[in-house]
Design a protein around this ligand. Sequence first.
Ligand code: PEP
Ligand code: MN
Length: 367
Amino acid sequence: MQIINIKDWGLGIHTDGSPLVISGPCSAETEQQVHQTYSALAKYPVHILRAGIWKPRTRPNSFEGVGSTGLQWIKQAGKMAGLPVCVEVANAQHVEEALQAGIDILWIGARTTVNPFAVQEIANALVGIDIPVMIKNPINPDLELWIGAIERLYQAGIRKLAAIHRGFSIFPKDEYRNSPQWNIPIELRRRIRGLEIIADPSHICGNRHMLKNVAQTALDLNFDGIMLESHCNPDEAWSDAKQQVTPAQLGNILAQLIKRQKTTNDPIFKRDLKRLREEIDAVDYQFLDLLRKRMEFVREIGDYKKENNVAILQIERWEEIYRTRMVKAPKMRVDIEFVEGLLQAIHKESIRQQTEILNKKIPIHQK
Ligand code: PEP
Ligand code: MN
Protein backbone atom coordinates (compact mmCIF):
# COMPACT_ATOMS: atom_id res chain seq x y z
CA MET A 1 0.00 0.00 0.00
CA GLN A 2 1.21 3.51 -0.79
CA ILE A 3 0.13 5.37 2.32
CA ILE A 4 0.94 9.05 2.88
CA ASN A 5 2.46 9.94 6.26
CA ILE A 6 0.74 12.42 8.56
CA LYS A 7 3.50 15.02 8.15
CA ASP A 8 2.81 14.99 4.40
CA TRP A 9 -0.95 15.44 4.67
CA GLY A 10 -0.51 19.06 3.61
CA LEU A 11 -1.90 20.43 6.87
CA GLY A 12 1.33 21.93 8.14
CA ILE A 13 1.69 19.31 10.88
CA HIS A 14 5.24 19.52 12.26
CA THR A 15 6.06 17.70 15.47
CA ASP A 16 9.75 18.67 15.63
CA GLY A 17 10.69 15.33 17.11
CA SER A 18 8.05 15.35 19.85
CA PRO A 19 5.19 12.81 19.66
CA LEU A 20 2.23 13.75 17.48
CA VAL A 21 -0.65 14.75 19.76
CA ILE A 22 -4.36 14.94 18.94
CA SER A 23 -6.52 16.46 21.64
CA GLY A 24 -9.88 18.09 22.29
CA PRO A 25 -13.14 17.16 23.92
CA CYS A 26 -14.92 13.85 23.55
CA SER A 27 -17.92 15.89 22.38
CA ALA A 28 -18.49 19.44 21.24
CA GLU A 29 -21.12 20.72 23.70
CA THR A 30 -21.30 24.48 23.26
CA GLU A 31 -19.51 26.98 21.06
CA GLN A 32 -17.86 28.47 24.12
CA GLN A 33 -16.63 25.11 25.43
CA VAL A 34 -14.99 24.30 22.07
CA HIS A 35 -13.34 27.75 21.85
CA GLN A 36 -12.17 27.71 25.44
CA THR A 37 -10.71 24.19 25.17
CA TYR A 38 -9.00 24.74 21.81
CA SER A 39 -7.47 28.10 22.72
CA ALA A 40 -6.06 26.60 25.94
CA LEU A 41 -4.74 23.57 24.03
CA ALA A 42 -2.87 25.80 21.58
CA LYS A 43 -0.41 26.64 24.40
CA TYR A 44 0.77 23.02 24.54
CA PRO A 45 2.47 20.74 22.01
CA VAL A 46 -0.82 19.67 20.39
CA HIS A 47 -0.91 19.20 16.61
CA ILE A 48 -4.49 18.27 15.73
CA LEU A 49 -7.73 19.24 17.49
CA ARG A 50 -10.62 16.83 17.86
CA ALA A 51 -14.28 16.86 18.88
CA GLY A 52 -17.22 14.54 18.30
CA ILE A 53 -20.56 15.92 17.16
CA TRP A 54 -22.34 12.71 16.19
CA LYS A 55 -21.79 10.42 19.15
CA PRO A 56 -22.51 6.72 18.75
CA ARG A 57 -23.43 5.75 22.31
CA THR A 58 -23.72 2.22 23.59
CA ARG A 59 -27.05 2.91 25.34
CA PRO A 60 -29.91 5.22 24.24
CA ASN A 61 -30.81 8.37 26.18
CA SER A 62 -27.17 9.36 26.64
CA PHE A 63 -26.00 12.58 25.00
CA GLU A 64 -25.79 11.78 21.30
CA GLY A 65 -23.94 14.89 20.14
CA VAL A 66 -24.92 18.40 19.08
CA GLY A 67 -25.00 17.40 15.41
CA SER A 68 -23.93 19.47 12.43
CA THR A 69 -24.31 22.84 14.21
CA GLY A 70 -21.06 21.95 15.98
CA LEU A 71 -19.08 21.79 12.73
CA GLN A 72 -18.66 25.56 12.46
CA TRP A 73 -17.69 25.89 16.14
CA ILE A 74 -14.91 23.34 15.58
CA LYS A 75 -13.76 24.86 12.30
CA GLN A 76 -13.69 28.41 13.69
CA ALA A 77 -12.03 27.51 16.98
CA GLY A 78 -9.45 25.45 15.09
CA LYS A 79 -8.72 28.38 12.82
CA MET A 80 -8.20 30.65 15.78
CA ALA A 81 -5.87 28.12 17.39
CA GLY A 82 -4.06 27.72 14.06
CA LEU A 83 -4.46 23.94 14.04
CA PRO A 84 -6.20 21.38 11.82
CA VAL A 85 -9.40 19.81 13.15
CA CYS A 86 -10.90 16.33 12.99
CA VAL A 87 -14.36 14.88 13.63
CA GLU A 88 -15.89 11.41 13.66
CA VAL A 89 -18.12 10.39 10.76
CA ALA A 90 -20.36 7.35 10.75
CA ASN A 91 -22.27 7.62 7.45
CA ALA A 92 -22.34 9.34 4.05
CA GLN A 93 -24.43 12.27 5.33
CA HIS A 94 -21.84 13.01 8.03
CA VAL A 95 -19.08 12.89 5.40
CA GLU A 96 -20.90 15.35 3.18
CA GLU A 97 -21.58 17.81 5.99
CA ALA A 98 -18.02 17.57 7.38
CA LEU A 99 -16.56 18.18 3.91
CA GLN A 100 -18.86 21.15 3.35
CA ALA A 101 -17.76 22.65 6.66
CA GLY A 102 -14.10 22.34 5.64
CA ILE A 103 -13.11 19.86 8.38
CA ASP A 104 -9.48 18.86 7.78
CA ILE A 105 -9.44 15.20 8.87
CA LEU A 106 -12.16 12.58 9.39
CA TRP A 107 -12.06 9.64 11.73
CA ILE A 108 -14.12 6.48 11.79
CA GLY A 109 -15.16 5.35 15.27
CA ALA A 110 -14.88 1.90 16.81
CA ARG A 111 -18.61 1.23 16.56
CA THR A 112 -18.52 2.00 12.84
CA THR A 113 -15.39 0.02 11.94
CA VAL A 114 -17.20 -3.15 13.04
CA ASN A 115 -19.75 -2.69 10.28
CA PRO A 116 -18.48 -3.21 6.72
CA PHE A 117 -21.70 -1.76 5.25
CA ALA A 118 -21.18 1.51 7.13
CA VAL A 119 -17.47 1.64 6.29
CA GLN A 120 -18.22 1.00 2.61
CA GLU A 121 -20.86 3.75 2.62
CA ILE A 122 -18.27 6.19 3.99
CA ALA A 123 -15.65 4.98 1.49
CA ASN A 124 -18.10 5.44 -1.42
CA ALA A 125 -18.88 8.97 -0.25
CA LEU A 126 -15.15 9.75 -0.34
CA VAL A 127 -14.36 8.57 -3.88
CA GLY A 128 -12.44 11.33 -5.68
CA ILE A 129 -11.94 13.36 -2.49
CA ASP A 130 -8.53 14.08 -1.04
CA ILE A 131 -8.98 14.11 2.73
CA PRO A 132 -7.10 12.25 5.47
CA VAL A 133 -9.02 9.53 7.30
CA MET A 134 -8.07 7.90 10.60
CA ILE A 135 -9.60 4.53 11.33
CA LYS A 136 -10.15 3.37 14.88
CA ASN A 137 -10.00 -0.32 15.64
CA PRO A 138 -13.34 -2.15 15.84
CA ILE A 139 -14.66 -2.58 19.40
CA ASN A 140 -14.03 -6.34 19.24
CA PRO A 141 -10.48 -7.68 19.01
CA ASP A 142 -10.69 -8.56 15.32
CA LEU A 143 -7.66 -7.46 13.30
CA GLU A 144 -9.16 -8.57 9.97
CA LEU A 145 -12.12 -6.24 10.43
CA TRP A 146 -9.73 -3.35 11.16
CA ILE A 147 -7.62 -4.15 8.09
CA GLY A 148 -10.79 -4.58 6.02
CA ALA A 149 -11.93 -1.05 6.91
CA ILE A 150 -8.52 0.38 6.00
CA GLU A 151 -8.64 -1.48 2.67
CA ARG A 152 -12.13 -0.16 1.90
CA LEU A 153 -10.88 3.43 2.31
CA TYR A 154 -7.74 2.65 0.34
CA GLN A 155 -9.76 1.16 -2.51
CA ALA A 156 -11.86 4.35 -2.58
CA GLY A 157 -8.62 6.19 -3.38
CA ILE A 158 -7.82 7.57 0.10
CA ARG A 159 -4.06 7.58 0.61
CA LYS A 160 -3.79 9.85 3.64
CA LEU A 161 -4.58 7.11 6.12
CA ALA A 162 -3.73 6.40 9.76
CA ALA A 163 -5.03 3.92 12.31
CA ILE A 164 -6.11 4.70 15.87
CA HIS A 165 -5.74 2.08 18.56
CA ARG A 166 -8.44 2.66 21.23
CA GLY A 167 -8.49 -0.77 22.86
CA PHE A 168 -10.98 -3.62 22.67
CA SER A 169 -14.10 -4.70 24.47
CA ILE A 170 -13.42 -8.02 26.14
CA PHE A 171 -15.27 -10.30 28.50
CA PRO A 172 -14.56 -10.55 31.37
CA LYS A 173 -13.33 -6.98 31.69
CA ASP A 174 -9.82 -6.20 32.93
CA GLU A 175 -8.72 -2.96 34.61
CA TYR A 176 -9.12 -1.00 31.37
CA ARG A 177 -12.30 0.40 29.88
CA ASN A 178 -11.07 -1.12 26.61
CA SER A 179 -8.29 -3.66 26.91
CA PRO A 180 -5.22 -2.52 24.92
CA GLN A 181 -4.18 -5.97 23.64
CA TRP A 182 -1.03 -4.34 22.26
CA ASN A 183 -0.21 -7.41 20.17
CA ILE A 184 -3.08 -6.52 17.79
CA PRO A 185 -1.82 -3.06 16.71
CA ILE A 186 1.69 -4.53 16.57
CA GLU A 187 0.41 -7.18 14.18
CA LEU A 188 -1.36 -4.43 12.19
CA ARG A 189 2.01 -2.69 11.85
CA ARG A 190 3.52 -5.90 10.50
CA ARG A 191 0.63 -6.47 8.09
CA ILE A 192 0.40 -2.93 6.69
CA ARG A 193 3.92 -1.56 6.57
CA GLY A 194 4.08 2.21 6.49
CA LEU A 195 0.68 2.75 8.13
CA GLU A 196 1.04 5.12 11.07
CA ILE A 197 -0.75 4.09 14.26
CA ILE A 198 -1.91 6.51 16.93
CA ALA A 199 -2.77 5.29 20.43
CA ASP A 200 -5.89 6.60 22.18
CA PRO A 201 -5.14 6.18 25.91
CA SER A 202 -8.38 8.00 26.86
CA HIS A 203 -10.66 5.28 25.50
CA ILE A 204 -8.28 2.51 26.56
CA CYS A 205 -8.20 3.72 30.19
CA GLY A 206 -11.66 5.18 30.77
CA ASN A 207 -10.13 7.14 33.66
CA ARG A 208 -7.56 9.89 34.20
CA HIS A 209 -5.07 8.22 36.48
CA MET A 210 -3.85 5.61 34.01
CA LEU A 211 -3.48 7.96 31.03
CA LYS A 212 0.17 8.80 31.50
CA ASN A 213 1.30 5.19 31.85
CA VAL A 214 -0.66 4.02 28.84
CA ALA A 215 0.59 6.95 26.76
CA GLN A 216 4.14 6.08 27.82
CA THR A 217 3.62 2.42 26.85
CA ALA A 218 2.44 3.62 23.44
CA LEU A 219 5.63 5.65 23.00
CA ASP A 220 7.75 2.74 24.25
CA LEU A 221 6.10 0.60 21.58
CA ASN A 222 6.93 3.17 18.92
CA PHE A 223 3.41 4.36 18.21
CA ASP A 224 3.30 7.36 15.88
CA GLY A 225 1.22 9.59 18.11
CA ILE A 226 -1.36 9.81 20.86
CA MET A 227 -4.97 10.99 21.04
CA LEU A 228 -6.01 12.29 24.46
CA GLU A 229 -9.41 13.77 25.25
CA SER A 230 -9.41 17.16 26.97
CA HIS A 231 -12.12 19.51 28.16
CA CYS A 232 -12.13 22.95 29.77
CA ASN A 233 -14.29 21.52 32.56
CA PRO A 234 -13.90 17.74 32.43
CA ASP A 235 -15.99 16.85 35.49
CA GLU A 236 -18.99 18.47 33.83
CA ALA A 237 -18.43 16.90 30.39
CA TRP A 238 -21.56 15.56 28.71
CA SER A 239 -19.75 12.38 27.62
CA ASP A 240 -16.70 10.46 28.86
CA ALA A 241 -16.27 12.79 31.85
CA LYS A 242 -14.12 10.37 33.86
CA GLN A 243 -11.37 10.11 31.27
CA GLN A 244 -11.07 13.74 30.15
CA VAL A 245 -8.43 16.11 31.50
CA THR A 246 -8.06 19.88 31.41
CA PRO A 247 -5.69 21.33 28.80
CA ALA A 248 -3.25 22.12 31.66
CA GLN A 249 -3.38 18.52 32.92
CA LEU A 250 -2.78 17.38 29.37
CA GLY A 251 0.25 19.67 29.19
CA ASN A 252 1.50 18.06 32.38
CA ILE A 253 1.13 14.54 31.05
CA LEU A 254 2.90 15.47 27.82
CA ALA A 255 5.76 17.08 29.72
CA GLN A 256 6.32 13.87 31.69
CA LEU A 257 6.36 11.51 28.72
CA ILE A 258 9.72 10.14 27.72
CA LYS A 259 10.22 10.08 23.99
CA ARG A 260 12.02 6.95 22.84
CA GLN A 261 14.17 7.13 19.74
CA LYS A 262 13.52 4.56 17.01
CA THR A 263 17.13 3.46 17.18
CA THR A 264 20.59 4.81 17.95
CA ASN A 265 23.86 5.04 16.07
CA ASP A 266 25.95 4.30 19.18
CA PRO A 267 28.38 1.62 17.93
CA ILE A 268 28.63 -0.13 21.33
CA PHE A 269 24.85 -0.40 21.64
CA LYS A 270 24.66 -1.69 18.06
CA ARG A 271 27.39 -4.26 18.65
CA ASP A 272 25.86 -5.56 21.90
CA LEU A 273 22.39 -5.64 20.40
CA LYS A 274 23.67 -7.65 17.45
CA ARG A 275 25.39 -10.15 19.74
CA LEU A 276 22.32 -10.61 21.95
CA ARG A 277 20.09 -10.96 18.91
CA GLU A 278 22.33 -13.72 17.60
CA GLU A 279 21.89 -15.53 20.92
CA ILE A 280 18.13 -15.14 20.58
CA ASP A 281 18.23 -16.44 17.00
CA ALA A 282 20.08 -19.53 18.20
CA VAL A 283 17.62 -20.15 21.05
CA ASP A 284 14.64 -19.69 18.71
CA TYR A 285 16.01 -22.29 16.29
CA GLN A 286 16.66 -24.73 19.15
CA PHE A 287 13.16 -24.09 20.41
CA LEU A 288 11.62 -24.74 16.98
CA ASP A 289 13.68 -27.88 16.60
CA LEU A 290 12.50 -29.14 19.99
CA LEU A 291 8.95 -28.43 18.95
CA ARG A 292 9.51 -30.44 15.76
CA LYS A 293 10.85 -33.36 17.85
CA ARG A 294 7.93 -33.16 20.25
CA MET A 295 5.45 -33.30 17.38
CA GLU A 296 7.19 -36.36 15.94
CA PHE A 297 6.54 -38.20 19.23
CA VAL A 298 3.00 -36.89 19.23
CA ARG A 299 2.43 -38.36 15.77
CA GLU A 300 4.02 -41.68 16.77
CA ILE A 301 1.63 -41.89 19.72
CA GLY A 302 -1.15 -40.96 17.29
CA ASP A 303 -0.32 -44.04 15.22
CA TYR A 304 -0.46 -46.27 18.29
CA LYS A 305 -3.76 -44.81 19.36
CA LYS A 306 -5.13 -45.43 15.87
CA GLU A 307 -3.90 -49.04 15.79
CA ASN A 308 -5.38 -49.70 19.21
CA ASN A 309 -8.50 -47.63 18.64
CA VAL A 310 -7.78 -45.46 21.65
CA ALA A 311 -9.21 -41.95 22.13
CA ILE A 312 -6.94 -38.96 21.59
CA LEU A 313 -7.70 -36.98 24.70
CA GLN A 314 -6.42 -38.67 27.83
CA ILE A 315 -7.44 -36.22 30.48
CA GLU A 316 -5.23 -37.71 33.22
CA ARG A 317 -2.16 -37.33 31.02
CA TRP A 318 -3.02 -33.74 30.10
CA GLU A 319 -3.62 -33.03 33.77
CA GLU A 320 -0.19 -34.49 34.59
CA ILE A 321 1.56 -32.48 31.86
CA TYR A 322 -0.14 -29.31 33.02
CA ARG A 323 0.66 -29.88 36.73
CA THR A 324 4.29 -30.91 36.28
CA ARG A 325 5.16 -28.16 33.78
CA MET A 326 3.35 -25.42 35.66
CA VAL A 327 5.46 -25.96 38.82
CA LYS A 328 8.44 -24.84 36.73
CA ALA A 329 6.74 -21.62 35.64
CA PRO A 330 7.49 -19.48 38.73
CA LYS A 331 11.23 -20.15 38.33
CA MET A 332 11.28 -19.14 34.66
CA ARG A 333 10.84 -15.40 35.29
CA VAL A 334 8.00 -15.28 32.81
CA ASP A 335 4.34 -14.71 33.39
CA ILE A 336 2.55 -17.85 34.67
CA GLU A 337 -0.34 -17.16 32.31
CA PHE A 338 2.12 -17.04 29.45
CA VAL A 339 3.44 -20.53 30.29
CA GLU A 340 -0.11 -21.73 30.64
CA GLY A 341 -1.03 -20.33 27.22
CA LEU A 342 2.03 -21.91 25.69
CA LEU A 343 1.20 -25.34 27.12
CA GLN A 344 -2.40 -24.99 25.97
CA ALA A 345 -1.23 -24.05 22.46
CA ILE A 346 1.16 -27.01 22.26
CA HIS A 347 -1.50 -29.39 23.55
CA LYS A 348 -4.05 -28.01 21.10
CA GLU A 349 -1.68 -28.57 18.17
CA SER A 350 -0.85 -32.07 19.45
CA ILE A 351 -4.54 -32.93 19.51
CA ARG A 352 -5.00 -31.48 16.03
CA GLN A 353 -2.17 -33.59 14.66
CA GLN A 354 -3.46 -36.79 16.27
CA THR A 355 -6.99 -36.05 15.07
CA GLU A 356 -5.62 -35.82 11.54
CA ILE A 357 -3.85 -39.19 11.96
CA LEU A 358 -6.86 -40.96 13.43
CA ASN A 359 -9.07 -39.71 10.61
CA LYS A 360 -6.71 -40.47 7.75
CA LYS A 361 -5.99 -43.78 6.07
CA ILE A 362 -2.21 -43.16 5.91
CA PRO A 363 -0.43 -41.70 8.95
CA ILE A 364 0.81 -38.27 7.84
CA HIS A 365 4.46 -38.74 8.82
CA GLN A 366 4.74 -41.81 6.58
CA LYS A 367 3.53 -39.99 3.46
C1 PEP B 1 -14.48 9.11 20.69
O1 PEP B 1 -13.37 9.25 20.15
O2 PEP B 1 -14.99 9.96 21.44
C2 PEP B 1 -15.20 7.84 20.51
C3 PEP B 1 -16.49 7.74 20.47
O3 PEP B 1 -14.34 6.83 20.46
P1 PEP B 1 -14.50 5.28 20.08
O4 PEP B 1 -15.04 5.21 18.69
O5 PEP B 1 -13.08 4.84 20.18
O6 PEP B 1 -15.37 4.65 21.13
MN1 MN C 1 -14.94 9.83 23.98
